[in-house]
Ligand binder design. Structure first.
Ligand code: KG4
Ligand code: ZN
Length: 341
């Protein structure tokens, strides 16, 4: 193994978090995230506002990451940045900045696929006892922007087995949360109420989607019609039944998730599941995965929370593995909003 110290600056700007991290080999020295609050009042990410906020945040965030790591920019070995997928205006800010900075410092530039980064976040070294998945494993990335099951055969040999055909899982949480008059993003709040309610109080449909793909828009529509019907009879229906509605919604989500993961395990004979993305914080999903470890002998991996939501440490770890392979990027590279794994 490489005994040299490699310092990578990771830059992430694919959606609404401006993030920078410094890694020394596979260890994180600093991990800074500026979460954009401006979107809350709109109930979702507004692309124009996101790119503007990235422009404002990127210099101070990178500066802070270097400072927290106690590293001078001249010590950096390379700069890794998110090339895609994501919002084009947001990606352009990180991409342009990374290109300019690498050119100014005359160090290699490394492009990173954001979805690969969520999966390789599991390889960030925390301490000697950190358990990491063995290849091959199933990556399950669930957030406000993603719902994807990926077969990970090696650091850079990945195959998407299934993904959402419409809304992402976190989007379903956030949109249903809006119908329930909850603040954006609503996932954590729904999760909190769900734990206090009856998961069998109301029944929502499980979508019949073939293969390992997902669909959440039907559940969203079912929730809309259900609430319209019930509030017509009782205008206080939501307030009076909030916990039971959240519990029943979450129960449906868990059923959808476990059904698909069971199918993926059956199809691939792989029982190691590595989850990532903001929705991996969900208590119901975590408990269901714990049950699955007992019942079906699965082994589940969940990274530290700060490495599971959008962050730049995960961009840095991909940068480190690419650096070892001397997989560098030309300075003529452009952002790719639809960059596939
Ligand atoms: O990874 P993330 O921070 O950002 C991206 O979407 O890329 O994920 C945010 C998503 C939001 O949709 C939020 O509602 C959801 O994660 N979320 C949760 C929970 N905590 C955050 N969803 C369900 N249960 C939670 N405990
Ligand atoms: Zn993400």
């Amino acid at each position: 193994m490489n005994s040299q110290k490699t310092y990578i600056l990771g830059i992430e700007s694919s959606c609404d978090d401006t993030a920078a991290a410094v890694l020394c080999n596979n260890q994180v020295l600093s991990n800074v995230v500026a979460t954009q609050k401006v979107h809350e009042q709109y109930g979702g990410v507004v692309p124009e506002l996101a790119s503007r906020a990235h422009q404002q945040n990127i210099v101070p965030v990178i500066h802070q990451a270097l400072k927290n790591a106690n590293i001078k920019k001249e010590q950096l070995s390379a700069i890794a940045f998110t090339r895609g997928p994501g919002l084009m205006g947001s990606l352009l800010v990180g991409t342009s900045f990374a290109k300019s900075m690498a050119m100014a410092l005359n160090i290699p530039l490394i492009e990173v696929n954001h979805m690969q980064a969520h999966l390789l976040a599991h390889f960030i070294k925390e301490n000697t006892t950190t358990a990491v998945p063995n290849f091959p494993f199933l990556g399950f990335t669930i957030s406000g922007g993603h719902t994807q099951i990926v077969k990970v055969s090696d650091y850079f040999t990945m195959e998407v087995l299934g993904e959402t055909l419409d809304d992402a899982i976190g989007e379903a949480y956030d949109k249903c949360g809006k119908m329930l008059n909850l603040n954006y993003p609503a996932g954590a709040e729904i999760d909190k109420y769900a734990q206090m309610g009856n998961p069998h109080a109301f029944k929502f449909p499980i979508p019949n989607v073939k293969d390992l793909n997902f669909s959440f828009s039907g559940l969203k529509t079912a929730m809309l019609y259900f609430l319209q019907r019930e509030t017509k009879n009782n205008p206080d229906f939501i307030q009076e039944n909030l916990m039971d509605i959240c519990a029943s919604f979450q129960h449906t989500i868990i059923e959808i998730v476990i059904k698909k993961l069971k199918k993926a395990v059956k199809q691939t004979h792989i029982k190691q599941i590595a989850i990532g993305g903001g929705v991996s914080a969900n208590s119901g999903i975590r408990n269901a995965l714990k049950d699955a470890e007992q019942k079906w002998d699965w082994k589940c991996f969940i990274p530290k929370f700060e490495y599971t939501t959008d962050n730049a440490a995960m961009i840095g770890i991909v940068g480190y593995y690419k650096f070892l392979q001397k997989d560098f990027t030309q300075n003529t590279i452009t952002a790719n909003a639809r960059y596939a794994i």
